[in-house]
Design a protein around this ligand. Structure first.
Ligand SMILES: Cc1ncc(C[n+]2csc(CCOP(=O)(O)OP(=O)(O)O)c2C)c(N)n1
Ligand SMILES: [Mg+2]
Length: 438
């Protein structure tokens, strides 16, 4: 087949304005003939697509990273109304701010508790990436699902899992959201439709695809007309080189599933630079390859993330299928709390550190007279108290009973099993006393 006969499925505009197939085709066929602006603001430079698509200009801007105020300019062009010039109301701004401060303060407290020996195993923090979790999850309904990775505490909090339950889970206590059996990398809450943190990279993507399939199946086969629930799958740049990612993009596009694939591209997979490990580092371009929109957004800017999230969530609810969104973000700490973080260039760290998403939102709200210093201080105080309370709660909570150890283990080790009443049975009475050899 000659190259010119290849039919290219174009990204569907999330703003639903039409462009000619020819202009879209050019941008995809000729991606590297564009200007020299950097795509990723890392130490390395990349060429980027000068997109002719109809995504809002703040999304398709080839330098990709711009200030919150650019989003405002974009809105101003479209509207004369003074009120609609703002991307958020005061109330919305406070919700976003509170959620981001909660995520940051929670993680800072985790670091303290980890180094004091209160937590076990690996603990991966989310500092710096808050705009992504908040920007997406605060738009969701309770029934919508979220699937995360091992960097999952903040997704759980944004989805509404109480800080007490997340902290207790980290302490391995019985009051944790998984009764202390999951730990840092396996947050789960049926009630809040948080269907897991996953320690193996990429494992959450098929689970999320299944959740999205369930939603469509309920609506169309079981005729539950009000079932318009969507799923957000969060995962990292390194994970996009795994097979599950491609298989699930294919299935989701094929079956028009209500799912949003959210790539948190923090430019690193432990100590491996994204630019060194991926044949084409522009992950968002893989969306159109599968017939779904692919979007690249500044993941350090909660307002921009929220704008693209809105479009994608609405599209999924309308039954129009999946969207791939690459959020360019940065983790402000090491890969895990066991990582001394010596590999990343200090200059790169400083560059992103200066773009702290919480400070950016604060600045936006001040500049637009949405909030006062006193109001934001009150939010911060509330969060400090909430986190203190979460730690006290976790400290005071009991450890799980030893008999809980083999619950949910389906293989039947000698002497243990499920009794005729369907409940876990411990045949060796010494086991619960801690003397049996398991
Ligand atoms: C299937 C599998 N292979 C390898 C690993 C080891 N591993 C842990 S984290 C990680 C890097 C993932 O990077 P990325 O997807 O960018 O996520 P980030 O840590 O940056 O959030 C790898 C390879 C794993 N957890 N699972
Ligand atoms: Mg990464």
């Amino acid at each position: 087949m000659s190259f010119s006969t290849i039919k290219i499925i174009q990204p569907v505009s999330v703003t639903s304005t039409k462009t000619t197939a020819r202009s879209q085709e050019k941008s995809l066929l000729d991606p590297l003939k564009s200007n020299n602006n950097s795509f990723l603001v890392s130490t390395n430079k990349l060429r980027s697509i000068s997109s002719k698509s109809n995504f809002p200009s703040f999304i398709r801007r080839s330098s990709s990273i711009s200030a919150v105020s650019d989003v405002v300019k974009e809105k101003k062009l479209k509207s004369n109304s003074a009120i609609s010039n703002l991307l958020i109301t005061k109330e919305e701004g406070l919700v976003l701010y509170e959620d981001m401060v909660l995520g940051r303060a929670f993680e800072d407290m985790c670091a303290q508790m980890y180094y004091r020996g209160k937590m076990f195993g690996f603990v991966h923090l989310y500092n710096g990436q808050e705009a992504v979790s908040t920007g997406f999850i605060k738009l969701l309904k309770k029934e919508d699902s979220v699937v995360s990775t091992y960097r999952d505490h903040v997704h759980a909090l944004s989805k509404g899992v109480p800080a007490r339950e997340v902290m207790s889970e980290l302490f391995g206590k019985a009051t944790g959201c998984c009764r202390g059996q999951g730990g840092s990398m396996h947050m789960f809450s049926k009630e809040h439709n948080l269907i897991g943190g996953f320690a193996f990279i990429g494992e959450g993507i098929p689970v999320a695809t299944g959740a999205a399939f369930t939603s469509r199946y309920k609506r169309e086969v079981l005729k539950q007309a009000d079932c318009d629930y969507v799923t957000c799958a969060f995962f990292g740049d390194g994970t996009c080189n795994n097979g599950q990612f491609f298989e699930c993009l294919n299935m989701a596009a094929l079956w028009k599933l209500p799912i949003i694939f959210v790539v948190e591209n923090n430019l690193w997979a432990i100590g491996m630079s994204h630019l060194r490990s991926t044949s084409d580092p522009e992950i968002w371009k893989k969306g159109p390859a599968f017939g779904m929109p692919g979007i690249h957004v500044d993941g350090m800017d909660v307002l921009k993330v929220r704008e693209v999230a809105k479009e994608a969530v609405d599209r999924a609810r309308r039954g129009e299928g999946p969207t791939l969104i690459e959020c360019e973000t940065y983790r402000l700490r090491g890969h895990s709390l066991a990582d001394p973080d010596e590999l990343r260039d200090p200059e790169e760290k400083a560059k992103y550190g200066a773009r702290d998403p919480i400070k950016a939102l604060k600045k936006y709200m001040f500049e637009n007279n949405l909030v006062t210093e006193v109001e934001l201080k009150a939010v911060e105080k509330k969060i400090d108290e909430l986190i203190e309370d979460a730690v006290e709660f976790a400290e005071a909570s009991p450890h799980p009973e030893r008999s809980q150890l083999l619950e949910n283990v389906f293989a039947d080790p000698k002497g243990f099993g499920i009794g005729p009443d369907g409940k876990y049975r411990c045949e060796d009475p010494k086991f619960t006393q801690g003397t049996a050899h398991v």
